[in-house]
Design a protein around this ligand. Structure first.
Ligand code: TYD
Length: 214
């Protein structure tokens, strides 16, 4: 791996992608010589963590939908230039918990904002950088929401409080996206046991890395 490699982890709430991401690091590190870093959106660095607090504050029920979108985009830009791009330049394997597709799935399909405007904003914020690989963790909304409600350690954020119908729209958006961008996005069945999901994700990342090295 010469130029760095960016993998984004995407999926509806409760898909388990964050646990999978953490479990993958030690397993991948056994196989990969380059350093691995993990990070998340919105957040990952000080400025973007502050923006995250504003977006996800449960008291901000009056936040306008376009304001929400623009805050995610602003957090993305700062995180990319300050953390992701330097890591890629240094040849690292970067695993990011959510990236451009979250805005399309949540603010586009979920909230109903114009998808072409979101694509443009994503492109503007990232200077056209796309992940080398995206793992989409697919889970039916009822199962995802049920997992969230049973996870006592998880902080409940403003978006967790949305209705089931919003979560269903987000999922169908992700499924469309995975279909449209099948060269980059690989769908993983996240309704399986965590162990099985970790295994599937591991195989997908490894085979993508092997292709780059050839
Ligand atoms: P987080 O606690 O990280 O949720 P999860 O563990 O499910 O990733 O909160 C991030 C929330 O922000 C999540 O509900 C998805 C949402 N989100 C968007 O709506 N648009 C975006 O562009 C991003 C990055 C996240």
């Amino acid at each position: 791996m010469k130029k760095g490699f960016l993998v984004s982890f995407e999926g509806p709430d409760g898909a388990g992608k964050t646990s999978v991401l953490e479990a993958l690091v030690p397993r991948l590190q056994e196989k990969v010589d380059d350093a691995i870093i993990t990070t998340r959106e919105p957040g990952g660095i000080a400025i973007s963590e502050k923006i995250r607090d504003v977006i996800l504050d449960v008291e901000h029920t009056n936040m306008d939908e376009k304001t929400e979108l623009l805050l995610y985009i602003a957090a993305r830009r700062q995180h990319l230039v300050e953390k992701v791009l330097p890591a890629l330049k240094a040849g690292k394997l970067v695993l990011v918990d959510r990236f451009i597709d979250s805005s399309v799935a949540y603010q586009g399909y979920g909230r109903g904002l114009d998808i072409s405007a979101i694509d443009w904003l994503n492109d503007y914020a990232t200077d056209g950088h796309k992940p080398d690989l995206t793992l989409y963790f697919d889970v039916p909304s009822e199962i995802g929401l049920d997992r969230i409600s049973k996870n006592a350690e998880r902080e409940v954020n403003r978006l967790d409080l949305e209705a089931l119908s919003m979560h269903q729209k987000v999922r169908s958006g992700y499924l469309k996206l995975a279909n449209q961008e099948s060269n980059r996005v690989v769908t993983i069945d996240a309704s399986q046991s965590l162990e099985k999901v970790i295994n599937d994700a591991y195989q997908v990342v490894l085979s993508a890395l092997e292709k780059v090295e050839k």
